[in-house]
Design a binder for this molecule. Structure first.
Ligand SMILES: N[C@@H](CCC(=O)N[C@@H](CS)C(=O)NCC(=O)O)C(=O)O
Length: 131
């Protein structure tokens, strides 16, 4: 299996934690995923996930999985050790929420948008200086 991910994605980090906790590190190759890069950089992510997001888990001979809760539960079903995502009972409803990750994700996205705006302003200044 191959995981498209990045160090800054909280969703991808959650999946990497599951990979480690479930003893699957030797079965999952980590590949860089750049969802918000240039068309060329983002192409592998868009090819793997129609939503153009990371994480995405590419499986040999089976459809690619995307959306971190789905990926996490799938990996949980494969690996060793205690179940991390209970299937039933109170434990199912009291754990595994994505709220923290979403807040962190929004903060990362805002930083990326601000970097893109700063690069745009820099390019404008360079064009102005050359004119
Ligand atoms: N619900 C998704 C959210 C994934 C997500 O938003 N990933 C961000 C990176 S942290 C992304 O790929 N964003 C690209 C975009 O929104 O186009 C999950 O849990 O995997």
């Amino acid at each position: 299996m191959q995981l498209l991910s990045s160090p800054t994605s909280p969703y991808a980090r959650k999946v990497r934690v599951v990979i480690l906790e479930k003893g699957l590190a030797d079965q999952v190759e980590l590949l860089p995923g750049v969802p918000l890069g240039s068309d060329a950089d983002a192409a592998p992510v868009r090819a793997a996930n129609p939503l153009g997001k990371i994480p995405a888990l590419i499986r040999q001979g089976a459809p690619t999985l995307f959306d971190s809760p789905v990926i996490c539960e799938y990996l949980d079903s494969l690996g060793h050790g205690p179940i991390l995502f209970p299937h039933e009972g109170e434990a199912r409803w009291s754990g595994g929420r994505d709220g923290e990750g979403e807040r962190e994700g929004e903060s990362v996205r805002e930083q990326e948008r601000e970097s893109a705006r700063a690069r745009g302003r820099e390019r404008e200044r360079e064009r102005g200086a050359r004119a």
